[in-house]
Design a protein around this ligand. Structure first.
Ligand code: NAD
Length: 258
């Protein structure tokens, strides 16, 4: 079965715009709807190949179940992709409100009886940080347990969100969680700007460890592609059983050495 309609929550964000781009590149392309608290940004044409005129934008907040319900009713998506989150460095309260309460609302409203048989699944953008316990992670994979205590409120609420999403997976509503690590690429407003800030403020004069630590940076297009594959698998009865209820770590093939 092909995807007819996809609703991308957080679609105005860095990853969100690449999700739109990748879904729009499918043949046939599904109808693409974006739900976000802020409008789609002015899209630099060299970054993306989709036509912004073909994307339907819905202003909405995932912490408001009634606005979610109205948008689900209007859009009737086969698959919801949830990549909304506050950015790093915010207070605990906002992470709980959006990543826990908001994620719960996305699930609860999608599983209301009126959407049975319409919304078939949810692809959740989790984070590789949900298994980070402060120690080196060597050869970590999806069997690596989450730590009892997360490092910060962002990781804690991403982990809680992921657990809720995967626990909600059922025959009628199938879910997948994707765990990218730090993402880079066109449109990035966190990673490279923050690294540049460290450089400009002479933060690089300090070294922690022996300088041989490696960290996973993943190209944004690969992360978006993983979401498209997950959505396609979920919407197809034949393949959905293989992925439903599972988390997947998303990386580039090779580690990046610094
Ligand atoms: P981003 O801030 O660029 O995009 C997030 C979008 O979510 C924004 O457009 C924002 O307006 C929207 N949003 C926030 N609160 C909302 C709400 N209450 N209702 C509706 N929309 C809301 O962030 P990003 O870097 O593109 O990250 C996308 C996803 O990927 C997030 O879930 C994040 O946790 C995850 N992630 C990011 C990274 C990274 O390196 N940036 C790494 C791992 C996982």
């Amino acid at each position: 079965m092909v995807l007819n309609t996809v609703l991308i929550i957080g679609g105005s964000g860095f990853l969100g715009c690449h999700l739109v781009d990748r879904f729009a590149a499918l043949s046939p392309a599904p109808a693409i709807h974006v739900l976000d608290i802020r409008p789609l940004p002015a899209i630099p044409p060299e970054f993306y190949s989709f036509d912004p005129e073909t994307i339907v934008f819905h202003k909405g907040d995932i912490t408001d179940p009634s606005s979610l319900r109205d948008i689900y009713r209007a859009v009737k998506p086969d698959i919801v992709v949830h990549s909304a989150s506050p950015i790093h460095g915010m207070g605990k309260e906002i992470y709980y409100k959006v990543n826990v309460d908001g994620t719960r609302a996305i699930i609860d409203v999608a599983t209301e009886p009126e959407f049975k048989g319409i919304i078939k699944g949810l692809v959740y953008t989790s984070s590789a940080s949900v298994i980070y316990n402060g120690d080196d992670l060597r050869n970590a994979d999806e069997s690596t347990p989450m730590p009892d205590k997360q490092m910060d409120a962002y990781n804690e609420t991403k982990a809680l969100g992921e657990k809720m999403v995967l626990a909600a997976s059922s025959a009628d509503f199938k879910t997948v969680a994707l765990r990218p690590s730090a993402m880079f690429g066109p449109g990035d407003r966190q990673l490279i700007p923050n690294m540049a800030e460290v450089t400009y403020t002479f933060g690089t004069r300090f070294q922690i460890g022996d300088n041989w630590n490696i960290f996973d940076f993943t190209y944004i297009g690969n992360v978006a592609h993983a979401h498209v594959l997950a959505a396609q698998k979920l919407v197809d009865e034949k393949t959905s059983q293989r992925v439903a209820g599972e988390p997947f770590i998303i990386t580039n093939n090779e580690p990046v050495y610094f």
